[in-house]
Write a protein that binds this ligand. Structure first.
Ligand SMILES: Cc1cc2nc3c(=O)[nH]c(=O)nc-3n(C[C@H](O)[C@H](O)[C@H](O)COP(=O)(O)OP(=O)(O)OC[C@H]3O[C@@H](n4cnc5c(N)ncnc54)[C@H](O)[C@@H]3O)c2cc1C
Length: 328
């Protein structure tokens, strides 16, 4: 019999994270007719709204409601998951900061195999799960064979699977609060103190429709002005990869990525950016990605809709002039 598949759903401020729909696709890659169960934890009316939204994409939604779950703490959630997930199951969650905190210990407690940061799967065959991971900023793909007979806890790279937007289901929402928390919610070594909002910059790149994003390929601070000119001509905002912030050529509020901001533009023009998963992890939705990179084998070309293998220092001024000319 095929193992049950569970998906841990990330949400905040009554908004379901985009990965919820990507993980249904991942579940079906593992077991083509999988009826995955979503697990949603939280507190109060927000939780009901989240469960309702998630039920359009999952056949069953397990809701766990407790005031102390309003701010998720991996240590607490791990113990609750162990009490409700049957042995031998496949558990999927996003490879984000929280997933990286939650998943390894969960796999130990469930005595399941641990598979971090998967970007692709082959369907489960004879208790063996084949997965693809990426190493060296996507330059090398590794194929991993995982013994799934005792279950698997896998974290999935955000953006690696296309979101299943069909939302044709009307899954049942089942309240598992009593089963997961029969008495007092056990305490743990960590407690929630407060949320510290990221420093706001002069431009909020999370709201931009067009982003011109610059990476280490720009080589010198003096060359930054050509990027600003291009962005101005395109009516775009300027974003960047982390090395540009580290070099203090742009402020942190412009950084896209897992330790920067998550953006959802319609068009993302990546200039001299290699396409590390930490950078691409900050680009959500399905923007039209145009990449200019002088290395034709740069990983970003695997993700871009349009790729131009060229020296950006030569191409950007030409492109800016062309756009200005077209506008004129
Ligand atoms: C915990 C952690 C968190 C991180 N968080 C983030 C994050 O939030 N955001 C982020 O961006 N990174 C983050 N990083 C860093 C990340 O791993 C990469 O190092 C970074 O994204 C690389 O930036 P880049 O693509 O600009 O530089 P590189 O990887 O150095 O790529 C530069 C690219 O420019 C190209 N190039 C060079 N010259 C030219 C030219 N003249 N014309 C055209 N192309 C040219 C090169 O071929 C190369 O592909 C994080 C790393 C860690 C460990």
């Amino acid at each position: 019999m095929a193992p049950q598949v569970f998906v841990y759903i990330v949400h905040s401020n009554a908004t379901v994270d985009d990965t919820a729909l990507e993980l249904t696709t991942a579940a079906r890659k593992i077991i083509p007719d999988a009826a995955a169960t979503a697990i949603v934890m939280g507190a109060g009316p927000d939780l009901d709204a989240v469960c309702k939204e998630v039920s359009s994409a999952y056949q069953e939604v397990w809701k766990i409601d407790h005031p102390l779950l309003s701010h998720p703490i991996a240590e607490v959630i791990r113990n609750l998951l162990v009490s409700i997930i049957p042995a031998g199951s496949i558990v999927l969650m996003a490879h984000d900061h929280f997933g990286m905190d939650l998943a390894p210990g969960l796999s130990v407690k469930l005595a399941a195999a641990f598979l971090p940061d998967a970007v692709d799967f082959e369907s489960l065959t004879a208790g063996q799960l084949k997965a693809v991971r990426q190493e060296y900023s996507g330059q090398v793909s590794t194929h991993v064979l995982c013994d799934a007979s005792g279950g698997v806890v896998a974290t999935i790279r955000p953006g690696a699977f296309k979101a299943d937007e069909s939302r044709t289901l009307q899954g049942a929402v089942i309240d598992k609060s009593a089963a997961a928390i029969p008495g007092e919610l056990p305490g743990c070594g960590r407690r929630f103190l407060k949320i510290v909002a990221a420093q706001a910059g002069d431009v909020d790149i999370t709201k931009s429709d067009i982003l011109v994003s610059v990476g280490r390929g720009i080589e010198d601070e003096e060359n930054m002005s050509m990027v600003l000119d291009l962005a101005k001509a395109m009516g775009a905002d300027v974003a960047c990869s982390r090395p540009i912030v580290d070099a203090k050529w742009l402020e942190k509020s412009r950084q896209v990525g897992t330790s920067g901001l998550t953006v959802k533009p319609k068009v993302y023009l990546a200039l001299g950016i290699s396409g590390s998963f930490q950078h691409m992890g900050g680009i959500k939705g399905a923007p039209f990605i145009v990449a200019i990179n002088k290395n034709a084998k740069a990983p970003i070309f695997q993700l871009a809709d349009v790729g131009v293998a060229a020296d950006m220092l030569e191409l950007i001024p030409e492109l800016t002039d062309k756009i200005k000319g077209m506008k004129g």
